[in-house]
Design a protein around this ligand. Structure first.
Ligand SMILES: Cc1cc2nc3c(=O)[nH]c(=O)nc-3n(C[C@H](O)[C@H](O)[C@H](O)COP(=O)(O)OP(=O)(O)OC[C@H]3O[C@@H](n4cnc5c(N)ncnc54)[C@H](O)[C@@H]3O)c2cc1C
Length: 432
């Protein structure tokens, strides 16, 4: 049976031999960051680029242990699943600002890769997929929204036979090809970013779980081997927070996604799967997502539709879904399968801010399954808030986060209710 510790495609193909010591003394810093996924490392890197370099990052396990080392590597456009869900909080002007910043993520990743020479297989080419006419209509709206922000956006709606120009599957009626999106080896990206962070003098400690925090003008963060005292701190633990800070823990709830990796496939088969060698997802309330890798493998993932459970055999659970999309892959061998949790917010929008009683304690979480690109945007904005402050930090942190009050297993019941609502409302939101 595959477990949370099962190996992933990313660890099997990591290019950076990077490891960091345990914290074994008491030290001081300007900023202490808890959690070394995209959120923690990116915020720290943004701060370091601004000249704030006395930073300590504490990671309970190892870099990429969380969602950052398990995801599909999809570089999708935007932040949150539907910006209209936050419109009532930010108003039409705020929404316009969010639209403008929401597509910066892929550019930030590309700029990072170039600036720090990161070997992360960054590829262009994304396709949003529709199973029926209702979803195809939604894709037409997406196309208009993209073009309204940037008329030169390389985006094209394909229907009928043309769908096969990007994706070799009989199940889709339309595809919105977006060459601004694509895919990336997320662990190598994270490790490259961490290496860049240390080049500024920031310190990273692995296998150093934070077990206690004392707030105040200077925050004291305790791990089994030592403490860090710092003027500012950031919670960046996403789905692994485990109630260490109840104020933010109750604002998200975990769901799981699972995925598989095929054996390396012949060039002709990859050409049939995707002539553009892209990444894809449908636009249903619970998506199937997949992409090809540099080694000609197919990564295919999804999540449970209504009830939250971990399949006893992740590989065959995912394989069934994969064969519905690509029936001709029935003889292909599956080399790995894995899964992992992700923190979801009620409005599916990532959360940033500071604790009401402790303005020097910041947090970021709740990407709701869509964090690779968004974390690069959101953490840029968060770092602005943690240093000089900015209008866009004020805007994003002003969006209220609903509390999801439930304990232990009852949290799964909420998740099922949320998924049921999303599935049902999909009929009138054009997602089903
Ligand atoms: C299976 C799966 C597939 C996904 N696919 C995609 C995708 O294709 N595209 C996309 O955009 N998004 C995807 N996501 C979501 C995306 O990966 C996440 O939103 C993103 O990586 C979250 O980054 P993070 O840094 O906030 O959290 P994480 O990467 O989870 O990092 C949090 C870190 O905090 C550490 N931590 C927790 N508690 C402590 C403590 N007490 N002390 C010290 N450290 C602690 C954890 O060990 C962990 O390393 C997927 C997620 C999963 C699980």
């Amino acid at each position: 049976m595959k477990t949370i510790e099962s190996p992933t495609y990313y660890f099997a193909t990591r290019k950076y031999d990077l490891s960091f010591p345990r914290l074994a003394e008491d030290i001081d810093a300007d900023v202490v960051v808890i959690g070394a996924g995209f959120s923690g490392i990116n915020t720290a890197l943004e701060l370091a680029e601004q000249g704030i370099t006395n930073i300590v990052v504490l990671e309970a396990k190892y870099l990429g242990f969380g969602g950052t080392g398990r995801n599909g590597g999809q570089v999708m456009a935007g932040i949150g699943h539907d910006l209209n869900k936050v419109k009532k909080h930010v108003g039409p002007q705020g929404l316009e600002t969010l639209f403008k910043i929401s597509n910066l993520g892929a550019g930030i990743i590309a700029e990072r890769v170039k600036r720090y020479d990161i070997d992360a297989d960054l590829c262009r080419g994304y396709g949003y997929l529709a199973y029926n006419e209702r979803q195809a209509k939604t894709l037409r709206t997406f196309e208009k929204e993209f073009k309204a922000v940037d008329p030169n956006e390389d985006i094209e709606l394909l229907t009928g036979k043309d769908v096969r120009k990007v994706i070799g599957s009989p199940v889709y009626t339309a595809a919105l090809k977006h060459m601004g999106g694509g895919h990336v080896h997320s662990l190598n990206l994270l490790l490259g970013e961490a290496k860049a962070l240390t080049s500024y003098g920031a310190r990273i400690f692995e296998h150093s779980p934070v077990v206690e925090v004392t707030y105040g003008d200077r925050v004291t963060v305790r791990t089994p081997g030592g403490t860090v005292r710092a003027a500012k701190m950031l919670w960046a633990c996403d789905s692994f927070l485990a109630n260490l800070e109840p104020y933010i823990y109750k604002k998200t709830i975990n769901t799981y996604a699972y995925q598989l990796m095929t054996e390396p496939l012949p060039d002709a088969l990859i050409e049939q799967i995707s002539p553009i060698r892209g990444a894809f997802s449908d636009i249903s309330p619970i998506i199937n997502y997949f992409r090809v890798t540099r080694e000609n493998r197919l990564l295919f993932g999804s999540a449970t539709r209504l009830i939250e459970y971990t399949p006893s055999d992740i590989e065959s659970w995912n394989r069934k879904l994969m064969l519905r999309v690509f029936p001709y892959l029935d003889k292909v061998k599956i080399d790995l399968a894995w899964g992992g949790p992700m923190a979801c917010s009620a409005n599916l929008f990532p959360q940033i801010g500071s604790l009401p009683e402790h303005k020097n304690v910041f947090y970021v979480q709740g990407y709701s399954g869509f964090g690779v690109t968004p974390s690069h945007i959101v953490c840029k904005v968060l770092a602005e808030g943690m240093s000089e402050g900015s209008a866009r930090y004020d805007l994003m942190s002003s969006i209220p986060h609903m509390d999801i009050i439930a304990k232990d297993r009852m949290r799964n019941v909420w998740m099922t209710l949320g998924k049921t609502w999303n599935q049902a409302s999909g009929y009138w939101t054009g997602r089903r």
